[in-house]
Design a binder for this molecule. Structure first.
Ligand code: ATP
Ligand code: MG
Length: 387
């Protein structure tokens, strides 16, 4: 794992510009971890000895995104990179945010405040890696370990416990013994973490290859504000679903309801600050019967919106239900009022008025869903007439 990595040219330019001004500059954190794992990083964070105003003076286009925390976003040739001054953090009296931020000229101090050893590495322009906490060693054997004393680190910022479990699921790493024990001991501090942050970690865990880690979060009490702690909940088969947020949330909520961890799904999703569209789709899907054949799938599609139907598919044998739905869409067999060979106007012509119009159209659609060949104007008008 010692080769020189190719950084995007824009990132190289930013590092070079900082170095030429006599500063130290590195890419740091998740991107170094991902490069060492041979994965394409999602984004590149830069850390530097330069103070925010020194960074701003070096680049034409900058946004002072979080000056108080030392962060400047540098825009260069279509790339936006966060450049943050080396920091050292003080006490964390609210178990979530440092009371104050001190800038430092020492990269080792900056790496020391980071959560896990595999996230505490920095790499310079030449590919030289700074790794004072032996993150590379942990990376090579697949271990997630806190930087420093895990009890202290989790009390400083309780979010790190959820991050730890989430990273273990994403990377397929085991959690080092002391780090794991400290999570169990410090789980109650999670109450200081905002629901929005919990949802971010929960979603990343859910979309990983090991969504069953959410069962560990529950067991440890890290989700106590949202779900009742249960001994076991079987979540492994969530990984069989495509990595789609709504699909996976639908199955998760079903499993949690089935085992008694959740009683009011809507309330749980609201407490987690989930978006309204997902809350609606999942809640509606959970109240529906699972379709078992083409006709019942068409009935479902005629009554529920696309997102809800998708969520219903996740509640059963997804591949089969998704296949049924696709077969219907491809066959062009009608399942919606708009596909009927008659309209409300046609019914008006027969003297059908007011609410009877909608009721009749629904009756016709139910008939056509059972027997698609009946979807002809003359046939439907005839049925509408004889009631
Ligand atoms: P992801 O792939 O999810 O973005 P990441 O490691 O890049 O993973 P970020 O949340 O983007 O995670 O944070 C970037 C880096 O900042 C981390 O790698 C870590 O070094 C540090 N960091 C982020 N959050 C914390 C935290 N709560 N406590 C300590 N260090 C943190
Ligand atoms: Mg990141």
């Amino acid at each position: 794992m010692n080769n020189i990595f190719s950084l995007p040219p824009q990132i190289q330019h930013i590092l070079q510009t900082l170095e030429q001004a006599g500063q130290e500059a590195f890419v740091v954190g998740g991107c170094v971890r991902d490069m060492l794992l041979g994965k394409q990083p999602g984004d590149y964070d830069i850390c530097t000895s330069a103070l925010p105003e020194e960074t701003m003076a070096l680049f034409d286009r900058c946004i002072p995104t979080g000056i108080a925390h030392g962060t400047v976003t540098v825009l260069y040739e279509g790339c936006a990179a966060e450049v943050t001054t080396f920091r050292q953090e003080s006490d964390y009296s609210d178990h979530r945010h440092p009371d104050s931020v001190c800038f430092t000229r020492d990269i080792a101090q900056d790496l020391g405040r980071r959560d896990f050893t595999v996230n505490a590495m920095a790499m310079d322009l030449r590919g030289t890696i700074r790794d004072p906490y032996e993150g590379r060693k942990d990376l090579s054997v697949g271990i997630l370990r806190c930087v420093g004393d895990p009890d202290k680190r989790f009390r400083e910022d309780a979010l790190r416990m959820l991050r730890g479990l989430r990273f273990s699921a994403q990377l397929g790493f085991s959690i080092e013994e002391n780090t794991l024990r400290a999570m169990e001991r410090n789980a109650p501090y999670i109450e200081h973490v905002a629901a929005e942050r919990v949802l971010v970690e929960l979603t990343k865990a859910l979309l990983s290859d090991r969504p069953q880690v959410i069962g560990d979060m529950i067991q440890m009490g890290l989700l106590n504000r949202f779900v009742r702690p249960v001994e076991t909940v079987e979540l492994r088969d969530i990984a069989d679903l495509p990595a789609d947020r709504q699909l996976r949330f639908a199955r998760l909520m079903k499993r949690l309801t089935d085992c008694g961890a959740v009683t009011d799904t809507e309330q749980t999703m609201r407490a987690l600050r989930m978006d309204k569209a997902t809350i609606y789709a999942v809640k509606t899907a959970l109240a529906m019967d699972l379709p078992h054949d083409i006709v019942s799938m068409k009935q479902l599609m005629s009554r529920a919106d696309d997102q809800t139907v998708t969520c219903v598919c996740a509640l059963g044998d997804y591949n089969r239900l998704h296949g049924l739905r696709n077969a219907i869409l491809n066959s062009k067999e009608p399942y919606a009022m708009s596909q009927l060979a008659v309209t409300g106007k046609d019914l008006n012509g027969l003297g059908i008025k007011g609410t009877a119009v909608g009721e009749t159209l629904r009756r016709l659609l139910d008939a056509v869903i059972e027997r698609p060949e009946m979807n002809e104007k003359a046939t439907l008008l005839e049925i509408a007439n004889h009631r």
